[in-house]
Design a binder for this molecule. Structure first.
Ligand SMILES: NC(=O)c1ccc[n+]([C@@H]2O[C@H](COP(=O)([O-])OP(=O)(O)OC[C@H]3O[C@@H](n4cnc5c(N)ncnc54)[C@H](O)[C@@H]3O)[C@@H](O)[C@H]2O)c1
Length: 273
């Protein structure tokens, strides 16, 4: 598949799934705007793309700040002249507390990054795609939006269900302008974030609960994004693709055991705020 002459903006692509997406879109020929709120990691990912012969530039912005998002969109247009693909990947795992112990500030932050940030980036980039009469938006939700979150709390689950609803609504609105909007829902994927949030023992248990037998890689999530960004998905919009090794097919973990782990996490996490 060729993405020659296309420009992609990938949020939160300094590390993890976003970085794998940025590298894969670049390998397919797209010029990539690497966004992250961490400037060093964005520079590093953009540098990696250039060292492999691709085109990329880093754009530091916090997607929860509309002013920063609009400045970033302007800077990407100044640098590359168009935006064909927007991948809303930046996300945070949230409070990982029980609802009664979730601090309102933590709730607000999770929704601000995982939902409002997606809205801000779409709001800012859509006029460009509408002007071009074409565009691809791929939003990264989570398997949390198909059941509930395993690692996060209700703030995370709610934010990811909302991303799916937002994406379906936008898919309807944007279709008349040749813009597609689709969602990838990753299952357990080994990234810096999941490594930071879990123990080796937990990762072993989760791996065993995946019918296909292991955690996914960021590159496997990136393959799904590449599909939605390419010609093969020209007539696909408003869809949700779960990339999760069959996790939704399996039986849920033992309820009492799962709840005990959540209470234990709650005790640890509530002390952080
Ligand atoms: N890893 C998984 O198992 C998994 C499962 C389901 C969904 N997801 C989703 O996939 C996406 C990527 O997850 P990951 O595991 O690669 O996470 P990660 O923490 O490894 O990477 C996320 C990146 O987003 C950036 N970011 C965070 N807040 C930002 C903001 N406000 N503005 C700009 N950048 C910001 C971070 O600096 C980081 O580089 C997230 O939306 C996450 O919810 C991940």
């Amino acid at each position: 598949m060729s993405l020659d002459n296309k420009t992609a903006l990938v949020t939160g692509s300094g590390r993890g799934i976003g970085r794998a997406v940025a590298l894969k879109l670049a390998a397919a020929g797209a010029a990539v705007a690497v966004n992250d709120m961490d400037a060093d990691s964005a520079e590093n990912a953009a540098g990696e793309i250039r060292s492999r012969g691709g085109q990329a530039a880093a754009f530091r912005a916090d997607i929860t700040d509309l002013g920063q998002v609009e400045d970033m969109t302007g800077a990407v247009m100044d640098r590359f002249g168009r935006i064909d693909i927007l991948v809303n990947n930046a996300g945070v795992p949230g409070a990982s507390c029980l609802v009664q112990d979730t601090p309102p500030g933590a709730w607000d932050r999770t929704l601000a990054v995982n939902l409002t940030g997606v809205f801000y980036c779409c709001r800012s980039v859509l006029p460009i795609m509408i002007g071009q009469k074409s565009g691809r938006i791929v939003n990264i939700a989570s398997l949390a939006a198909r059941r509930i979150s395993k690692l996060g709390g209700a703030d995370y689950t709610a934010s990811k269900y909302a991303v799916v609803g937002f994406s379906k609504h936008l898919a309807f609105e944007a279709a008349a302008n040749g813009v597609t909007v689709n969602v990838v829902c990753p299952g357990a994927t080994l990234t810096e974030m999941t490594r930071e949030k879990t123990t080796e023992e937990f990762r072993r248990q989760v791996g065993e609960q995946v019918p296909l037998g292991r955690w996914l890689t960021p590159e496997e999530q990136a393959d799904a994004v590449l599909f939605f960004a390419g010609d093969a998905a020209a007539m696909i919009t408003g869809q949700v693709l779960e990339v999760e090794g069959g996790q939704l097919l399996g039986l849920a973990a033992d309820y009492r055991e799962d709840l005990a782990r959540r209470v234990e996490n709650n005790e640890r996490n509530r002390k952080r705020f």
